[in-house]
Design a protein around this ligand. Structure first.
Ligand SMILES: Nc1ncnc2c1ncn2[C@@H]1O[C@H](COP(=O)(O)OP(=O)(O)OP(=O)(O)O)[C@@H](O)[C@H]1O
Ligand SMILES: [Mg+2]
Length: 329
């Protein structure tokens, strides 16, 4: 029998308080992350990737956000209902996160050593001396040269790529079972971006942790992930193993994202972008939320939001015209 997933998200719906009412940013999102998985989440800006990730650790501000439905099961417990004390253990301990902008996550007045030690002392009760030794080991692990010297430096002395390596060192300090990396390379130039992705890949196999990589760039996801979730306007629109998604994308939105990847051979130099823009969460749209931008839209698309239909092993698609008649049993 297959082992149970590490984290299981079911029917997650997240709302934010607007001027007069609650608006729905993420709706009915369900997926599993298995032990050691390499999962990619892709979608344009505003599609609900970060809201989904932050929900898994209940990191949204209280009062202005709520879970209208859903569970996030980890270790036999629903994290959305768990006491705050349990969440504090899980965050940075079992499940860690790395964000886009390392400078705003690092404290400018603390040395690298202080910042890595903080996590180790908090979660593992390490002494100051032991935490320093471990901090140097961690800098080695994230391939920062001359770790012994670097450990006493302040963040402003480091390049963008090195800062992101420090953030990754902090994230993996307590040997998480899942690392969530939300646009970890977006602020970096292409060469450094490739190096950071390579590092994440190596750490994943060295440490045996699962990685959930979030990016608006399907090219980045294609390089990294084994399974891909495509999000649009707060919902999953397609989900498949990476090779299946690239060989046979089914949702017109996935096709559009794919056409937006710059050709490796340079192509004709022109970059395709999907016409139109992602709708605001409370924008009224009849039926499929991608309908107004879709080149294949039909009357049935305006009637109702399509279900996420299973059309093959681990391949699910939310597009009525393209899934009706081919739904897997
Ligand atoms: N704290 C918040 N309050 C109100 N609305 C929010 C909040 N956080 C996110 N949203 C809304 O939720 C939707 C999804 O946002 P989210 O940040 O998850 O997008 P994203 O896919 O991560 O995009 P990006 O690629 O820009 O990071 C957006 O419409 C956004 O405006
Ligand atoms: Mg985001």
């Amino acid at each position: 029998m297959a082992s149970p997933p590490l984290v299981s998200i079911d029917d997650l719906t997240v709302q934010f308080r607007g001027d007069r009412k609650w608006t729905t940013a993420v709706e009915g999102v369900s997926f599993d992350v298995g032990e050691g998985d390499c999962l990619g989440i892709v979608g344009e800006s505003g599609s609900g990737k970060s809201v989904t990730a932050l929900s898994m650790l209940r990191l949204h501000a209280r009062g202005t956000s709520r879970f209208a439905s859903g569970t996030v099961r980890y270790d036999g417990q629903d994290l959305l209902q768990a006491p705050e004390s349990r969440l504090r253990q899980v965050r940075g301990g079992d499940i860690a996160m790395v964000f886009q902008d390392p400078m705003s996550s690092l404290n400018p007045v603390l040395t690298i050593c202080d910042q890595i030690s903080e996590t180790l002392r908090l979660h593992q009760g390490m002494s100051r001396a032991d935490a320093r030794v471990r901090a140097i080991e961690l800098l080695d692990l994230v391939r920062i040269a001359d770790a012994r010297r670097r450990v006493d430096e302040y963040p402003h002395r480091l390049s963008g790529g090195m800062r992101q390596r420090v953030m990754i060192a902090i994230a993996i300090a307590c040997r998480p079972r899942l690392l969530i990396a939300d646009e970890p390379t977006t602020a970096l130039d292409v060469t450094i971006q490739a190096q950071i992705l390579e590092l994440l890949r190596e750490l994943r196999s060295e440490l045996g942790m699962a990685v959930m990589l979030i990016s608006h760039d399907l090219g980045v996801i294609a390089e990294f992930a084994e399974r891909v979730i495509v999000m649009y306007a707060g919902r999953i629109v397609e989900q498949a193993p990476v090779e299946v998604l690239f060989r046979t994308p089914v949702h017109p939105y996935t096709e559009g994202l794919m056409a937006s990847i710059p050709a490796l051979d340079g192509g004709d130099g022109r970059l395709y972008s999907i016409p139109g823009r992602i709708p605001d969460p409370d924008e009224p749209i009849a039926g499929c939320r991608f309908g107004p931008r879709c080149a294949h839209v039909q009357a049935v698309c305006r009637a109702a939001i399509p279900d996420l239909a299973s059309i093959g092993p681990d391949h699910r698609v939310r597009c009525t015209p393209r899934t009706s008649g081919r739904t897997a049993a």
